[in-house]
Write a protein that binds this ligand. Structure first.
Ligand code: ADP
Ligand code: MG
Length: 256
């Protein structure tokens, strides 16, 4: 579980995050949603320690990340897996070498065990057949799956994904969503996903935090969305006709 308490972040006097309070549960896909520029990436960077908030607390299962010592921080970092928007793979390394990389860096296992673990992770994302290929030789969806395998190589307790579906077609996005959701449940990880993809919201939105202009505007599950009267949330979610229709049908069903 990750808990945020009254988080603030600004750049050159401009407040980008304002009083963010939230709880992200383990074994669930926690989504941070909001328009482009609303503060999702800044928030995720504050959580993982790539940015330092001015005020507030970030608690990893009760452990305060912002006040802990260097050594403790380093140890906690190893419990985190990350898939960032632009987190490209190493082009000059094979798929297998890409996944082995964090193990080479951070684990004390023998080379044999490291390769075994990397192959296990590649198998989990259904890519064992591509282990000797180079990133340039595989599709964007496959590259994302390699990034997921690499992110889970060290068996993290916490997984962070910033727009994991950017640049992917809807069908491939669904595969990636299901994969992240499956891994989260299987390993009981605390997973946080930044997205503005409505298919992801409706597919894996177990716990959704809606950010509007740097403030938490709403929190709930995908089912709660259909009954929410929050205007800003509705404007964001039901901007397209399709989702407006889905909501009308849902409400009719609820009212029986
Ligand atoms: N390093 C930075 N310096 C100044 N402003 C920044 C920086 N990073 C982000 N911002 C600003 O913070 C706001 C939120 O950005 P971001 O978190 O990237 O939005 P999102 O991920 O929701 O699209 C934007 O107005 C952006 O311009
Ligand atoms: Mg972003």
């Amino acid at each position: 579980m990750i808990e945020l308490k009254s988080l603030y972040k600004s750049f050159e006097g401009k407040e980008v995050l304002k009083d963010i309070n939230a709880v992200f549960e383990n074994g669930k896909t926690n989504l941070i949603i909001g328009q482009s520029g609303s503060g999702k990436t800044v928030l995720m960077k504050c959580i993982v320690g790539l940015l330092t908030p001015e005020k507030g607390e970030v608690l990893y299962d009760g452990r305060n990340f912002l006040t802990m010592g260097k050594k403790e921080k380093k140890a906690l970092r190893r419990e985190m897996g990350m898939i960032f928007q632009s987190a490209a793979l190493f082009d000059s390394l094979t798929v297998l070498e890409n996944v082995t990389f964090p193990l080479d860096m951070f684990s004390n296992d023998t080379l044999r065990d490291r390769i075994k673990r990397a192959r296990f992770c590649l198998d989990r994302v259904n890519l064992i057949d591509a282990q000797d290929k180079y990133p340039g030789e595989i599709s964007g969806g496959m590259q994302k799956r390699v990034a997921i395998a690499r992110a889970i190589a060290l068996n993290p307790q916490y997984l962070f994904c910033d727009e994991p579906n950017s640049g992917l077609d809807p069908k491939t996005s669904l595969v990636i969503d299901e994969l992240i959701h499956g891994i989260t449940t299987e390993y009981n990880m605390t997973t946080i996903i930044n997205t503005h993809d409505m298919n992801s919201v409706m597919g894996i939105g177990e716990n959704i935090i809606f950010i509007y202009e740097g403030r938490k505007e709403w929190q709930g599950s995908k089912d709660d969305i259909f009954t929410s009267t929050n205007k800003k949330l509705n404007d964001f979610i039901f901007a397209s006709d399709l989702f407006r229709k889905v909501k009308e049908v849902e409400i009719q069903n609820i009212e029986g």
